[in-house]
Structure formats: structure tokens, C-alpha cells
Design a protein around this ligand. Structure first.
Ligand SMILES: CC(C)(COP(=O)(O)OP(=O)(O)OC[C@H]1O[C@@H](n2cnc3c(N)ncnc32)[C@H](O)[C@@H]1OP(=O)(O)O)[C@@H](O)C(=O)NCCC(=O)NCCS
Length: 149
């Protein structure tokens, strides 16, 4: 895979419909903490609020051709940590993009990063382990700034 030209860019309003498609994929719903399907209108309202939220930064993983491959959210928590969440477009899963997205996402990040992951979400558990997160407790991983690979 030619990953060095892949980049993270800030998400925009126009990304809303594409993100809706990714979010409503059955696997995305299964591994989300709220598994019900999301109506488009509800999603677009959420998306606008999400982009306007000063405690949240949302990024799109983009191919060298400008195609959206996945998304990453960084939320500042009450405890002053950065909570990460992500998804890869259904048609692009299993190609290493999730791992690339997470690596790019923590690059240069100074705060402590955490991720809440359902234990049955094997791909996400594997991703965080590869990038150097450690398990804090069941379903909670944290990154303390050191990569293992
Ligand atoms: C989880 C997700 C982001 C993984 O992205 P991806 O690009 O498919 O992951 P990668 O290709 O980088 O694979 C990461 C690791 O998981 C493994 N993996 C990938 N898909 C898997 C699957 N369906 N079952 C088991 N392992 C899997 C890969 O083999 C790889 O491990 P390895 O390097 O030891 O071989 C993607 O499947 C997704 O968007 N899922 C739905 C949304 C979601 O779960 N979001 C995260 C909520 S915390």
C-alpha cells in the first residue's frame, strides 16, 4: 500500500452525506455505542453541530486522489484527555487504512489520548495495540506517547 501520500484533512460541511453512508453501515452501527440506524436529517443536524463544537476536531482520511477513506474525531474530555473515535469507509476496510488513520491522528498530539472500544471490535483493538496504546481497563485504551512498531 502506498500510504505516504495519504493525509488527514479537517472535515467540512460537504462531507456530511458521505459520513452518513459510513455511519449507517451495519458494522459501524454494531460497534458504535448507540446502534440504531440514523435518519439523514438527524445525521446532518448532528454533523453541523459536531463541526461547530469547539471541543471537537473532525478529520477525513483522504487518498492521494482526494477520495475519502475514513474519519477520525478528537474530543476534549472533562478530564483534559483527548478521546479518539474513528471509522473507515465500508469498501475500504481491511486494507490497513484504519491503522494509518490512527498513526496520523496521534502524530504530534501532546495530550493523553484515549479510545473506548467494545472488546468484540477486534480490528479496532488490534489497531490501537499496533500504534502503541495500552489497555487501561476493559474497553478503555490510552496512548502515552510511545509507538511499539
Ligand atoms: C475498525 C475499523 C476502523 C478498522 O479499519 P481497517 O482499515 O479495516 O483496519 P486495518 O486494515 O488497519 O486492520 C487493523 C487490524 O485489524 C485486523 N482486522 C481488520 N478487519 C478485521 C476484522 N473484520 N476482523 C478481525 N480483524 C480484523 C487487521 O488484520 C489488522 O491486524 P493485523 O495488522 O494484525 O493484521 C473499520 O473496520 C471500521 O470502520 N469499522 C466500523 C466502525 C468502527 O468499528 N469504529 C471504531 C469504533 S471504536
Amino acid at each position: 500500500m502506498n500510504s505516504h501520500k495519504i493525509r488527514l484533512r479537517l472535515a467540512k460541511q460537504e462531507d456530511g452525506p458521505e459520513i452518513w453512508r459510513w455511519r449507517n453501515d451495519p458494522v459501524s452501527r454494531q460497534f458504535s455505542f448507540n446502534s440504531a440506524p440514523i435518519p439523514l436529517e438527524e445525521h446532518l443536524n448532528w454533523w453541523a453541530a459536531s463541526l461547530a463544537n469547539p471541543k471537537r476536531r473532525t478529520y477525513i482520511l483522504e487518498s492521494e486522489h482526494g477520495e475519502g477513506l475514513g474519519s477520525l474525531r478528537k474530543d476534549e474530555t472533562e478530564a483534559g484527555e483527548i478521546e479518539l473515535s474513528w471509522m473507515i469507509a465500508p469498501e475500504h476496510r481491511g486494507k490497513g487504512y484504519g491503522t494509518t488513520l490512527l498513526r496520523l491522528g496521534i502524530e504530534g498530539e501532546k495530550g493523553r489520548c484515549i479510545a473506548l472500544i467494545k472488546p468484540e471490535n477486534i480490528a479496532s483493538c488490534r489497531m490501537v495495540e499496533k500504534v502503541g496504546f495500552v489497555k487501561r481497563e476493559m474497553g478503555v485504551y490510552e496512548w502515552i506517547g510511545k509507538e511499539t512498531e
